[in-house]
Write a protein that binds this ligand. Structure first.
Ligand SMILES: [Fe+2]
Ligand SMILES: [Fe+2]
Length: 170
């Protein structure tokens, strides 16, 4: 199959991530853990990086800003699940709305960014499916990263550090 030429700009994408990471409120995600002790901040960075790399690999044109912001904010729920009394099911269906509520307090989100956050657990959150390419990418990348972080214990999946180790998304 012939690969479609895309013009996704990694520098625009990375700049959005940098801006978010400068925010002390966003940095709070580094205080909470998930998936084998991985911090939530590392996880959302992994998801952002893998989302972009899948788009490049499959030749999908993306809105760099929306993808970066949606991926970085998709798990902005600010707690460690293991320290709560929530069931995995309850956490699974409720945390996208919690993340969205927290993110909306600090950022003016577009409709697309809102849907990326709200739909990332689909099909678990059946009534909120991904409605854009960017939302599908985050939904897929989230599952891929969760498996890597839980089973393979690769906490930093970023392209630069994993260039020689990861064969996926190349
Ligand atoms: Fe999540
Ligand atoms: Fe996630």
């Amino acid at each position: 199959m012939k690969k479609t030429k895309v013009h996704n700009d990694r520098s625009i994408f990375d700049e959005q991530i940098r801006l978010l990471k400068e925010d002390p409120e966003i940095q709070k995600m580094a205080s909470f853990t998930m998936h084998n002790g991985n911090t939530t901040l590392q996880h959302v960075e992994n998801v952002a990086d893998v989302s972009f790399r899948i788009a490049e690999k499959l030749g999908i044109d993306i809105d760099e800003k929306a993808l970066a912001r949606g991926a970085m904010l998709h798990d902005y729920y600010l707690y460690t699940f293991k320290e709560t009394k929530m069931s995995p099911y309850r956490h699974g269906i409720s945390h996208p709305e919690t993340a969205l509520k927290n993110a909306s307090k600090r950022h003016r989100l577009t409709e697309k960014e809102t849907n990326i956050i709200r739909s990332h657990m689909w099909p678990m959150t059946f009534l909120h499916p991904p409605m854009s390419r960017e939302a599908v990418l985050v939904c897929l990348a989230d599952k891929y990263c969760a498996v890597n972080e839980m089973l393979l214990k690769k906490h930093d999946l970023s392209e630069k550090k994993q260039q020689s180790k990861s064969k996926i998304c190349k």
